[in-house]
Design a protein around this ligand. Structure first.
Ligand SMILES: [Zn+2]
Ligand SMILES: [Zn+2]
Length: 337
Protein backbone atom coordinates (compact mmCIF):
# COMPACT_ATOMS: atom_id res chain seq x y z
CA UNK A 1 0.00 0.00 0.00
CA UNK A 2 1.38 3.36 -0.94
CA UNK A 3 0.29 6.39 0.98
CA UNK A 4 1.75 9.81 0.46
CA UNK A 5 3.20 12.01 3.17
CA UNK A 6 2.89 15.78 3.24
CA UNK A 7 4.50 17.94 5.91
CA UNK A 8 2.38 21.02 6.57
CA UNK A 9 2.36 23.97 8.94
CA UNK A 10 -1.00 25.08 10.27
CA UNK A 11 -0.02 27.88 12.67
CA UNK A 12 2.02 30.81 11.40
CA UNK A 13 2.26 34.59 11.58
CA UNK A 14 3.44 37.50 9.48
CA UNK A 15 3.82 41.25 9.84
CA UNK A 16 0.04 41.41 9.51
CA UNK A 17 0.13 40.58 13.23
CA UNK A 18 3.21 40.09 15.40
CA UNK A 19 5.35 37.97 13.04
CA UNK A 20 8.56 39.15 11.44
CA UNK A 21 7.93 37.62 8.01
CA UNK A 22 6.25 39.32 5.14
CA UNK A 23 3.78 36.97 3.46
CA UNK A 24 6.30 36.36 0.68
CA UNK A 25 9.07 35.62 3.18
CA UNK A 26 6.86 33.20 5.11
CA UNK A 27 5.93 31.34 1.92
CA UNK A 28 9.55 31.16 0.81
CA UNK A 29 10.69 29.97 4.24
CA UNK A 30 7.96 27.32 4.20
CA UNK A 31 9.04 26.03 0.80
CA UNK A 32 12.68 25.95 1.76
CA UNK A 33 11.87 24.10 4.99
CA UNK A 34 10.08 21.47 2.93
CA UNK A 35 6.44 22.09 3.79
CA UNK A 36 3.90 21.19 1.14
CA UNK A 37 1.04 23.03 2.82
CA UNK A 38 0.74 26.15 4.94
CA UNK A 39 -1.97 27.96 6.83
CA UNK A 40 -1.40 31.57 7.80
CA UNK A 41 -3.04 32.29 11.14
CA UNK A 42 -2.32 35.86 12.07
CA UNK A 43 -3.83 37.21 15.28
CA UNK A 44 -7.38 38.37 14.60
CA UNK A 45 -6.79 39.08 10.94
CA UNK A 46 -6.65 37.09 7.75
CA UNK A 47 -5.51 40.08 5.67
CA UNK A 48 -2.23 38.41 4.72
CA UNK A 49 -4.05 35.65 2.88
CA UNK A 50 -4.99 38.12 0.15
CA UNK A 51 -1.29 38.44 -0.71
CA UNK A 52 -0.76 34.69 -1.00
CA UNK A 53 -1.90 34.07 -4.58
CA UNK A 54 0.65 36.53 -5.94
CA UNK A 55 3.61 34.72 -4.37
CA UNK A 56 5.21 32.51 -7.07
CA UNK A 57 5.39 29.30 -5.00
CA UNK A 58 1.68 29.60 -4.26
CA UNK A 59 0.79 30.56 -7.79
CA UNK A 60 2.77 27.57 -9.11
CA UNK A 61 1.12 25.28 -6.52
CA UNK A 62 4.43 24.32 -5.04
CA UNK A 63 2.87 25.23 -1.71
CA UNK A 64 -0.83 24.68 -0.99
CA UNK A 65 -2.30 27.31 1.29
CA UNK A 66 -5.56 27.62 3.17
CA UNK A 67 -7.18 30.63 4.75
CA UNK A 68 -6.77 30.94 8.51
CA UNK A 69 -6.86 33.17 11.54
CA UNK A 70 -5.93 32.84 15.20
CA UNK A 71 -8.68 34.15 17.40
CA UNK A 72 -6.65 35.94 20.01
CA UNK A 73 -8.81 36.70 23.02
CA UNK A 74 -8.49 37.15 26.77
CA UNK A 75 -9.73 33.60 27.32
CA UNK A 76 -7.69 31.62 24.86
CA UNK A 77 -6.23 31.38 21.38
CA UNK A 78 -8.19 29.43 18.81
CA UNK A 79 -7.12 28.53 15.28
CA UNK A 80 -9.86 28.83 12.70
CA UNK A 81 -8.92 27.18 9.43
CA UNK A 82 -10.50 27.68 6.05
CA UNK A 83 -13.79 29.27 7.09
CA UNK A 84 -15.73 30.75 4.17
CA UNK A 85 -15.88 34.07 6.01
CA UNK A 86 -14.53 35.49 9.28
CA UNK A 87 -16.89 34.96 12.18
CA UNK A 88 -16.90 37.77 14.75
CA UNK A 89 -15.07 36.56 17.87
CA UNK A 90 -15.20 39.81 19.84
CA UNK A 91 -18.16 38.96 22.06
CA UNK A 92 -17.06 35.40 22.90
CA UNK A 93 -16.87 34.73 26.64
CA UNK A 94 -15.86 31.59 28.54
CA UNK A 95 -19.49 30.49 28.81
CA UNK A 96 -20.64 31.38 25.30
CA UNK A 97 -17.77 29.96 23.26
CA UNK A 98 -19.85 27.03 21.99
CA UNK A 99 -22.17 29.41 20.17
CA UNK A 100 -19.20 31.01 18.39
CA UNK A 101 -17.67 27.63 17.57
CA UNK A 102 -21.01 26.59 16.06
CA UNK A 103 -20.93 29.75 13.91
CA UNK A 104 -17.46 28.81 12.67
CA UNK A 105 -18.79 25.40 11.73
CA UNK A 106 -21.65 26.98 9.82
CA UNK A 107 -18.97 28.95 7.96
CA UNK A 108 -17.25 25.63 7.13
CA UNK A 109 -14.29 26.41 9.33
CA UNK A 110 -12.16 23.96 11.29
CA UNK A 111 -11.31 24.70 14.91
CA UNK A 112 -8.06 24.04 16.73
CA UNK A 113 -7.21 24.94 20.30
CA UNK A 114 -3.79 26.58 20.26
CA UNK A 115 -1.26 26.09 23.07
CA UNK A 116 -3.96 25.36 25.71
CA UNK A 117 -1.54 25.27 28.62
CA UNK A 118 0.70 28.20 27.84
CA UNK A 119 1.15 30.58 30.71
CA UNK A 120 -1.69 33.11 30.87
CA UNK A 121 -1.81 36.51 32.54
CA UNK A 122 0.43 38.30 33.46
CA UNK A 123 2.99 36.45 31.29
CA UNK A 124 0.80 36.22 28.20
CA UNK A 125 -2.77 37.39 28.63
CA UNK A 126 -5.16 35.02 26.90
CA UNK A 127 -2.56 32.41 25.98
CA UNK A 128 -3.98 29.89 28.46
CA UNK A 129 -7.20 28.13 27.36
CA UNK A 130 -9.88 29.30 29.80
CA UNK A 131 -12.98 28.76 27.65
CA UNK A 132 -15.54 26.42 29.17
CA UNK A 133 -16.41 24.39 26.11
CA UNK A 134 -19.66 22.47 26.66
CA UNK A 135 -19.42 20.33 23.57
CA UNK A 136 -15.99 19.33 22.37
CA UNK A 137 -17.54 18.01 19.16
CA UNK A 138 -17.00 21.57 17.98
CA UNK A 139 -13.24 21.14 18.17
CA UNK A 140 -11.26 19.50 15.37
CA UNK A 141 -7.82 19.52 16.94
CA UNK A 142 -5.85 20.29 20.03
CA UNK A 143 -2.34 21.60 19.54
CA UNK A 144 -0.29 19.23 21.70
CA UNK A 145 3.00 20.68 20.51
CA UNK A 146 3.52 24.41 20.10
CA UNK A 147 6.55 26.36 18.97
CA UNK A 148 10.13 25.09 19.19
CA UNK A 149 11.53 22.27 21.34
CA UNK A 150 8.01 21.08 22.23
CA UNK A 151 9.54 17.91 23.69
CA UNK A 152 11.12 19.93 26.49
CA UNK A 153 7.99 21.72 27.65
CA UNK A 154 5.71 20.70 30.48
CA UNK A 155 2.89 22.42 28.57
CA UNK A 156 3.22 19.72 25.89
CA UNK A 157 2.58 16.97 28.43
CA UNK A 158 -0.47 18.78 29.79
CA UNK A 159 -1.81 19.39 26.27
CA UNK A 160 -1.23 15.76 25.30
CA UNK A 161 -3.11 14.60 28.41
CA UNK A 162 -5.89 17.09 27.70
CA UNK A 163 -6.19 15.60 24.21
CA UNK A 164 -6.21 12.00 25.52
CA UNK A 165 -8.88 12.93 28.03
CA UNK A 166 -11.13 14.15 25.21
CA UNK A 167 -10.52 10.96 23.21
CA UNK A 168 -11.35 8.85 26.24
CA UNK A 169 -14.59 10.79 26.62
CA UNK A 170 -15.49 9.77 23.07
CA UNK A 171 -14.74 12.95 21.14
CA UNK A 172 -13.20 12.59 17.71
CA UNK A 173 -10.46 15.15 18.13
CA UNK A 174 -7.04 15.12 16.50
CA UNK A 175 -3.74 16.23 17.92
CA UNK A 176 -1.76 18.77 15.93
CA UNK A 177 1.66 20.40 16.06
CA UNK A 178 1.85 24.14 15.53
CA UNK A 179 5.17 25.78 15.01
CA UNK A 180 3.48 29.11 15.79
CA UNK A 181 6.02 30.42 13.35
CA UNK A 182 6.79 34.11 13.83
CA UNK A 183 10.38 34.54 12.64
CA UNK A 184 13.35 32.71 11.17
CA UNK A 185 14.66 30.12 13.60
CA UNK A 186 18.19 29.49 14.76
CA UNK A 187 19.92 26.27 13.66
CA UNK A 188 19.49 24.61 17.04
CA UNK A 189 15.70 24.91 16.96
CA UNK A 190 13.65 21.78 16.41
CA UNK A 191 9.91 21.76 16.02
CA UNK A 192 7.00 19.39 15.73
CA UNK A 193 5.71 18.80 12.23
CA UNK A 194 2.16 17.95 11.24
CA UNK A 195 2.36 15.25 8.57
CA UNK A 196 -0.63 14.34 6.45
CA UNK A 197 -0.91 10.76 5.22
CA UNK A 198 -3.08 10.60 2.12
CA UNK A 199 -3.89 8.11 -0.58
CA UNK A 200 -3.75 10.89 -3.17
CA UNK A 201 -0.44 11.61 -4.79
CA UNK A 202 -0.98 15.35 -4.92
CA UNK A 203 -1.84 17.77 -2.16
CA UNK A 204 -4.73 20.11 -2.98
CA UNK A 205 -6.71 22.62 -0.94
CA UNK A 206 -9.51 20.13 -0.82
CA UNK A 207 -7.61 17.06 0.43
CA UNK A 208 -5.56 19.28 2.78
CA UNK A 209 -8.75 20.45 4.48
CA UNK A 210 -10.30 17.00 4.39
CA UNK A 211 -7.20 15.55 6.06
CA UNK A 212 -7.36 18.17 8.81
CA UNK A 213 -11.08 17.65 9.30
CA UNK A 214 -10.80 13.88 9.58
CA UNK A 215 -7.49 13.51 11.36
CA UNK A 216 -5.53 11.95 8.53
CA UNK A 217 -2.22 12.99 10.04
CA UNK A 218 0.33 12.51 12.75
CA UNK A 219 2.75 14.79 14.51
CA UNK A 220 6.46 14.08 14.54
CA UNK A 221 9.74 15.56 15.71
CA UNK A 222 11.15 14.54 12.34
CA UNK A 223 10.87 10.87 11.33
CA UNK A 224 8.43 10.09 8.55
CA UNK A 225 5.93 7.35 9.27
CA UNK A 226 3.81 5.21 7.05
CA UNK A 227 1.01 3.66 9.06
CA UNK A 228 -1.71 1.31 7.94
CA UNK A 229 -3.74 -1.69 8.96
CA UNK A 230 -4.67 -4.41 6.52
CA UNK A 231 -7.58 -6.65 7.22
CA UNK A 232 -10.05 -8.71 5.22
CA UNK A 233 -8.58 -7.24 2.04
CA UNK A 234 -9.28 -3.72 3.25
CA UNK A 235 -6.87 -1.03 4.21
CA UNK A 236 -7.28 1.39 7.09
CA UNK A 237 -5.50 4.67 7.72
CA UNK A 238 -5.51 7.36 10.40
CA UNK A 239 -8.76 9.28 10.45
CA UNK A 240 -10.89 6.37 9.24
CA UNK A 241 -14.21 5.69 10.97
CA UNK A 242 -15.00 1.99 10.96
CA UNK A 243 -16.83 -0.68 12.91
CA UNK A 244 -14.50 -1.94 15.66
CA UNK A 245 -14.66 -5.51 14.37
CA UNK A 246 -12.99 -4.36 11.15
CA UNK A 247 -9.64 -4.08 12.94
CA UNK A 248 -9.85 -7.37 14.82
CA UNK A 249 -6.90 -9.62 13.91
CA UNK A 250 -5.74 -6.94 11.48
CA UNK A 251 -2.13 -6.59 10.41
CA UNK A 252 -0.55 -3.34 11.55
CA UNK A 253 2.36 -2.02 9.56
CA UNK A 254 4.38 0.99 10.66
CA UNK A 255 7.37 2.11 8.64
CA UNK A 256 9.76 4.62 10.13
CA UNK A 257 12.10 6.67 7.98
CA UNK A 258 14.62 9.31 8.98
CA UNK A 259 13.45 12.87 8.52
CA UNK A 260 13.53 14.25 5.01
CA UNK A 261 13.52 17.84 6.29
CA UNK A 262 17.01 19.28 6.10
CA UNK A 263 16.60 21.52 9.16
CA UNK A 264 15.77 18.51 11.35
CA UNK A 265 18.51 16.15 10.18
CA UNK A 266 20.96 17.36 12.80
CA UNK A 267 18.84 16.06 15.69
CA UNK A 268 19.56 12.52 16.76
CA UNK A 269 16.80 9.91 16.98
CA UNK A 270 17.65 6.55 18.55
CA UNK A 271 16.25 3.61 20.50
CA UNK A 272 12.71 3.84 19.20
CA UNK A 273 9.78 1.68 20.15
CA UNK A 274 6.22 1.52 18.97
CA UNK A 275 3.12 1.28 21.13
CA UNK A 276 -0.44 0.64 20.01
CA UNK A 277 -3.44 1.74 22.00
CA UNK A 278 -7.06 0.64 21.95
CA UNK A 279 -8.65 3.41 24.01
CA UNK A 280 -6.43 3.82 27.07
CA UNK A 281 -5.29 0.18 26.92
CA UNK A 282 -1.80 -0.60 25.73
CA UNK A 283 -2.22 -3.53 23.35
CA UNK A 284 1.23 -3.77 21.85
CA UNK A 285 4.72 -2.62 22.68
CA UNK A 286 7.58 -3.36 20.34
CA UNK A 287 11.17 -4.07 21.21
CA UNK A 288 13.42 -1.04 21.17
CA UNK A 289 15.20 -0.48 17.87
CA UNK A 290 18.55 1.13 18.48
CA UNK A 291 19.48 2.22 15.00
CA UNK A 292 16.77 4.02 13.09
CA UNK A 293 19.11 5.77 10.70
CA UNK A 294 17.73 3.59 7.90
CA UNK A 295 14.14 2.88 7.00
CA UNK A 296 12.72 0.13 9.21
CA UNK A 297 9.31 -1.30 9.94
CA UNK A 298 7.24 -2.91 12.63
CA UNK A 299 4.52 -5.41 11.84
CA UNK A 300 2.14 -6.99 14.28
CA UNK A 301 -1.21 -8.71 14.38
CA UNK A 302 -3.96 -7.14 16.42
CA UNK A 303 -5.89 -9.12 19.03
CA UNK A 304 -9.14 -10.80 18.04
CA UNK A 305 -11.09 -8.42 20.27
CA UNK A 306 -10.87 -4.67 19.70
CA UNK A 307 -13.11 -2.42 21.76
CA UNK A 308 -15.21 0.39 20.28
CA UNK A 309 -13.66 3.81 20.82
CA UNK A 310 -10.37 4.52 19.12
CA UNK A 311 -7.13 2.93 18.02
CA UNK A 312 -3.86 4.85 17.75
CA UNK A 313 -0.08 4.52 17.75
CA UNK A 314 2.89 6.31 19.26
CA UNK A 315 6.64 6.12 18.85
CA UNK A 316 8.97 7.01 21.68
CA UNK A 317 12.72 7.08 21.76
CA UNK A 318 15.80 9.15 22.52
CA UNK A 319 15.64 12.54 20.88
CA UNK A 320 18.64 14.87 21.01
CA UNK A 321 19.97 12.55 23.71
CA UNK A 322 16.89 12.76 25.95
CA UNK A 323 15.46 9.33 26.74
CA UNK A 324 11.85 8.24 26.38
CA UNK A 325 10.72 11.23 24.37
CA UNK A 326 7.45 11.21 22.49
CA UNK A 327 8.69 11.39 18.88
CA UNK A 328 5.62 10.55 16.83
CA UNK A 329 1.94 10.63 17.81
CA UNK A 330 -0.55 9.21 15.34
CA UNK A 331 -4.13 10.35 15.15
CA UNK A 332 -6.76 7.70 15.78
CA UNK A 333 -8.83 5.41 13.71
CA UNK A 334 -12.26 5.79 15.32
CA UNK A 335 -14.05 2.58 16.11
CA UNK A 336 -17.80 2.50 15.93
CA UNK A 337 -20.11 0.14 17.78
ZN1 LIG B 1 -1.44 32.03 20.19
ZN1 LIG C 1 0.05 31.93 17.10
Amino acid sequence: MIAYQFPVEVHSHTIHSDGQFTVKELVESAVSFGYKGLILTDHNTSAGYLEMPAVPAVKDRELVTLHGIEWTTYFGHMLVHDADYDVDWREATPNTIDKYMAEVQVANGLIGIAHPFDMGSPICTGCHWDYQVQDYNHVNYIEIWNSNQPQEKSESILSYEFWLDKLTKGYEISCSAGRDWHRPDTDDANMGVTYLELTEEKLTQSNFKDALRNGRYYVTLGPVVQFNIENKNLLFLMGDRVHHSMLESGLVSVTLKPTELEALKAFSVENCSLTLWNNDQLIYQSEEVQDVSQEMSWNCTLPDAIEPGYFRFEIRGDFRGTKDTLIVVGNPIYLRK
